[in-house]
Design a protein around this ligand. Structure first.
Ligand code: ATP
Length: 294
């Protein structure tokens, strides 16, 4: 058994996000295609004699029991009955509350890291259930690559990989809470689940098939309330991104470029305007699982 570990905690974008209807339990029924990308936080795990601690270099991230990585450690302890402890150090690079799943990714990486650090035997299905209990976006990060998400997004199915090397992530610095985005959502698509499934088939045809079809229903709710995000999307489109779409509940917008030259030009323009901007590529499932442990 090892006493310390370091992990990459990758970000995700949503190639598509359809909000179908509000369910009786208050959650919205979704159909989404997730994609893990190369931007990542770094998580260091060190064994302790029993206590669980979280420290993070970003003051906007809660350090105590409300941190999702802390919750992940507690949930795993309760599920397995181990008394082991851990000090979790998070180095943040993923924008907080940015629609890139940063907190959820930290929780998933912590779960996978602790199984190894604490020398536990946990079935993959049990880990997925634990993850779903922590948050709708956690299970996707236990698998990685291109995935179809249904239900609240917690029920994930690996699908054919959709690859792209030249993606810009741009964040105007506003925080959008996921709850806020859904509260503002007045007009639901109401299309039937089966009719949204062909979006998943498009992923198999590759990124070039997606631009005309991608859609995020939450844009209708978030863009009017946050003109900065709408501006980022407009500027990404004007620099040649196809498509440019808000990720999750925002505030990050991603843009897919034809090549690295146009991507670099767009990144320079966005940074010149004062936006946070980062060039990333997709991380497929094999690479995800191979590189999560540093
Ligand atoms: P999602 O798309 O999964 O809803 P997001 O990418 O929009 O999430 P996160 O970066 O996950 O947003 O943060 C959402 C909130 O969760 C933050 O405002 C923060 O207070 C809280 N949080 C708890 N733990 C973490 C963590 N480890 N990293 C980032 N935020 C965290």
């Amino acid at each position: 058994m090892t006493s310390s570990l370091q992990l990459r905690s990758f970000a995700k974008i949503n190639w598509t996000l359809d909000v179908l209807y509000k369910r009786d339990d208050g959650f919205h029924e979704l159909r989404t295609i997730y994609q893990t990308v190369s931007l990542h936080d770094t998580i260091k795990l060190n064994s302790t004699s029993g206590e669980i601690q979280v420290i993070c270099d970003d003051p906007r991230v809660p350090a105590g029991e409300t941190n999702l990585a802390h919750k992940a450690a507690i949930a795993l302890r309760e599920a397995t009955g181990t008394g082991a402890g851990v000090r979790i150090e998070i180095q943040k690079r993923i924008p907080v509350a940015g629609g890139l799943g940063g907190g959820s990714s930290n929780a998933a990486a912590t779960l996978m890291g602790l199984v190894r650090l604490w020398g536990l035997k946990v079935a993959e299905v049990e880990l997925l259930e634990l993850g779903a209990g922590l948050g709708s976006d956690v299970p996707l990060f236990l698998i990685g690559g291109t995935l179809l998400g249904v239900g609240r997004g917690e029920e994930v199915y690996p699908i054919e990989q959709c690859e792209s090397r030249d993606i810009a992530l741009v964040n105007p610095g506003v925080e959008v809470s996921t709850a806020e985005a859904y509260t503002r959502l007045s007009r639901l698509t109401m299309h039937r689940g089966a009719l949204t499934m062909p979006f998943a088939l498009l992923a198999a045809k590759g990124i070039r098939e997606l631009p005309l079809r991608v859609r995020n229903d939450l844009e209708d709710a978030v863009l009017p309330a946050h003109p900065e995000i709408a501006e980022v999307k407009r500027r990404l489109l004007s620099t040649g991104a196809r498509p440019a779409l808000m990720s999750g509940s925002g505030a990050t917008v991603y843009g897919v470029f034809d090549n690295s030259v146009t991507l670099k030009q767009a990144l320079a323009e966005m940074r010149g305007l004062g936006f946070w901007a980062e060039g990333v590529r997709t991380i497929n499932r094999q690479e995800y699982q191979r590189t999560i442990f540093e």
